[in-house]
Design a protein around this ligand. Structure first.
Ligand code: ARG
Length: 568
């Protein structure tokens, strides 16, 4: 089924043709609801191109438009906008169709892409901290939305499981390890031995040498070192997976940096042979002399000591994703500090002849209440697990207050849904580049643009049906009469317009804000219009609007990776 926006867009295109005019302009939601629901700037654009009077052109277009089945007669506003106000009948008809469509009107993308999305991608032997939330939650939401739009999505966890730090970790493992501490909290112990080895190495060249030696042995395939490394990866993986389970975020494949090791020499040879890279002071580098911002920033792909680095791995990663996985699109979600790195990598890919669509998607920071990077009181990064645990504990208190009579187990499950949902939503409802302040009180509030508010709207609707004691039956026809019904129905029909837009600039916040507006429209409707006590046909229509609102909230939140409880 088609959205109002696309129906109007098609009709505009037809009318322009009939009026002897070229295609022009957009149909967008009206900026001011007083003038209507949709508008087009076609006349303004054409007037400028042709040096004609925009209002006269608008009239000419209107004369050729036939939108009677959808909208009231179009009107001209301001300098020459054409406005469309939807008819109640058209809204009722569209809402009925949405209820019959399990995609809620969301069309599949015209072209199906194979998209590799690399997000989260934490480093081994380091704890996951609050900063990892952004990449995880954004990447997951984008993957869910792309999948829903019909793309073939491969979620790849590009963990940092290789690199110079392993010299110190292995030295520490052999000389400093406290087995009991490792059993209690493996990652903390790995961090401790790494830090201690690092400190010792600073004052004692013999230790530094020993660490380097361990690294060389690891890279040469020494059995003992490989098995220590393997164990570190396994311990970290277990820790990551515990967090993924709580967050309900999952990957299709995990190709960490180590996966690319044996491909690196050939990658560098190829870059040298094709002339994309050149020797410079003993290292192999790619220069970007023709790109002003990169002119002073060559990318080293083999160091003068012969070692490969993060960039070499990422060049190999591009090969793998395009050639082996068959992707035509690659999205990589990381913090903004890696912007330069990926500009270089994507430019190298382009020079190598890759034509895939490469996107680096970045995000801002999570701040503490002091507006500085969020840290613990002692200045450490806040552990991800601590944040998730606290979210659930705090949500549990809310459930306790709202619904003390529920069974313990149910309370726990609801607290999980609300707590984790609140953390995710606080992130996703912000534009991703904006730094935001992490505030428990705000994100867990039942008022305002929060997950609990949206979940509560859903729960309210479910409770209407429980109270009615009836399953939903779709009436043959919806009859809308009240302004609050129109408003809710309009919001509901916009879902299918919003979802695809999220991917234009990777903005799940568009969907989040839409859901907030939808919940507001539902609450306004619920205040103004009795549901169960209404007479027919209003009662059946209102129940239908309730049902559609619940489905839309649930589907929309699900696309953000957020669950809904049935009670709270
Ligand atoms: N492990 C990296 C980090 O923690 C992120 C990896 C991103 N993906 C990539 N292909 N380089 O910063």
């Amino acid at each position: 089924m088609e959205t109002f926006q696309s129906l109007l867009r098609n009709e505009l295109a037809r009318a322009l043709g009939a009026a002897g005019l070229p295609p022009a302009g957009e149909v967008t939601p009206a900026t001011d609801a007083r003038f209507g629901d949709y508008q087009t700037n076609a006349a303004l654009i054409l007037a400028k191109q042709r040096g004609e009077n925009p209002r006269q052109l608008a009239q000419k277009i209107i004369d050729h438009l036939s939108v009677d089945d959808l909208a009231e007669p179009p009107t001209i506003a301001g300098p020459g906008f054409i406005n469309f106000a939807l008819k109640p009948d058209a809204l009722a008809e569209q809402a009925g169709q949405l209820l019959r469509d399990d995609r809620l009107g969301v069309a599949r993308a015209e072209k199906r892409h194979r998209i590799v999305i690399d997000f989260g991608s934490p480093n081994v032997a380091k704890p996951m901290h609050v900063g990892h939330i952004r990449s995880l939650v954004l990447g997951d939401a984008l993957a869910r939305i792309a999948t829903f739009l019909g793309h073939d999505v491969i979620r790849d966890n590009h963990i940092g499981d290789w690199g110079t730090q392993f010299g110190m970790v292995i030295y520490g493992w052999k000389n400093l390890l406290d087995r009991a501490a490792l059993a209690r909290d493996p990652i903390a112990e790995l961090v401790r031995i790494y830090k201690t080895a690092n400190e010792l190495g600073k004052s004692d060249p013999a230790v530094l040498d020993a660490c380097r030696n361990e690294l060389v042995k690891l890279q040469a395939g020494d059995e003992e070192n490989l098995s220590i490394w393997n164990e570190c990866v396994a311990l970290s993986t277990r820790e990551f997976e515990a967090a993924y389970d709580i967050l309900d975020i999952h990957y299709d494949i995990q190709r960490g940096e180590s996966f690319y090791n044996d491909r690196l020499p050939a990658v560098v040879d190829r870059l040298l042979q094709s002339g994309v890279a050149e020797m410079s002071e003993g290292a192999v580098c790619v220069f970007f002399r023709d790109i002003p911002e990169l002119a002073e920033r060559p990318c080293i792909v083999r160091k003068s000591d012969g070692g490969f680095n993060y960039a070499t791995t990422d060049v190999a990663t591009i090969d793998y994703r395009i050639r082996d996985l068959g992707a035509d699109t690659v999205w990589i979600e990381t913090g903004a500090p890696q912007q330069l790195h990926f500009r270089q990598i994507f430019e190298i890919a382009r020079r190598e002849g890759y034509t895939a669509d490469f996107r680096h998607i970045t995000h801002g920071s999570i701040l503490g209440e002091d507006r500085k990077l969020m840290k613990t009181r002692s200045g450490e990064n806040v552990a991800l697990r601590d944040v998730l645990d606290e979210a659930v504990v705090r949500a549990r208190k809310i459930v306790e207050q709202k619904n003390p009579d529920l069974a313990e187990e149910e309370k726990n499950a609801i607290a999980q849904t609300i707590g984790i949902g609140a953390v995710k939503y606080a992130d996703l409802s912000q534009y991703r580049m904006t730094d935001y302040i992490f505030s428990w009180d705000r994100m867990l509030s039942l008022q305002g643009n929060t997950a609990p508010y949206l979940q509560n709207a859903y729960v309210r609707i479910r409770s209407i049906f429980r109270k009615a004691g009836e399953e939903f039956v779709l009436p043959a026809e919806l009859v809308l009469t009240e302004p609050a019904e129109f408003n809710l129905a309009k919001r509901l029909t916009q879902f299918a317009e919003i979802v695809p837009q999220v991917l234009n600039d990777f903005r799940p916040n568009l969907l989040a804000n839409y859901l907030f507006e939808l919940a507001n429209a539902f609450h306004a409707f619920y205040e103004a219009c009795p549901v169960l006590k209404a007479d027919e046909p209003a009662r059946a229509t209102r129940l239908a609007l309730c049902e559609l609102a619940a489905r839309t909230l649930q589907q929309g939140l699900d696309l953000l990776g957020i669950d809904v409880p049935e009670k709270m």
